[in-house]
Design a protein around this ligand. Sequence first.
Ligand code: ZN
Ligand code: ZN
Length: 284
Amino acid sequence: MYNSDWHIHSEASYDAELTLKELISSAQKMGLKQFGITDHANYNTHSFMGNIHKSKCLYEMNRCEGFYLGVELTPISRPLYDHCALYGTMEGYIPISQESPYEIELALSLDEMRELGILYAVGAAHWVLNVPYEQDKIIREWHRQQMYLACDPRVDILGHTWRFWGPDIWCDQEGHYFDKPWFSDFDVIPRSMHDELAAALKENNVCIEANSTMILGERYPENFYRKYNEYLRYMFEKGVRITFGSDSHGPQYHDLGIQVEAALGEVGFKSGDFSSPVIHTERL
Ligand SMILES: [Zn+2]
Ligand SMILES: [Zn+2]
């Protein structure tokens, strides 16, 4: 179904254990033609920047055909970004009290991405920024963050759209989400948001991601996966380019070909439907 994977975390990520040796040998066995590592640059702290430098070093030592250096960026609040820029750490940060959601920033600037030779970026929402845990407000906040990412020149792939993990009261002890904010009924998200997002993605040549953690598994109710995959197909038919991302964190790199084919084939996807993101070779 897919022969490229644009969302993979290496051992340089604070939360991943995949060595590049394991990744490259598995990718070759599976016949992947293109793939990239996208380690987390969540905050502009010394610690995260150290991880990204490590990611780049590992990449340089293991370069091979079809292998690319990417990064995963996430919206953070502007006041926190400013604090980290000043002190190099999140320590000592006290959130500024305000009624509205925080202004958004990303950990890396375009200049920093050029200096690091980062060839593409996955941008994905991971948390709300000063919004109460109420269904309508979370939907609006997720849409705000995804629109920001779709329109930002640093982002080439919009990762795991509508993935919301938390709070604990919305899942059982094994981490299965059962109800809110949209897991039991993905249709609560207004179609107009999908249309607005699709237009922004197309205009900015940003791909949408079929992320393995969103299209199959047991974390969400069964009905959710079907609705979500239909949504991806809807976005694709509106002209949005789609990429595959395993979001692998290791230690093994698994071949998900059969499961992905079953999940996405059911809503009409075929092998030729998958794209590559814009690769910024001018940054080399
Ligand atoms: Zn992510
Ligand atoms: Zn990821």
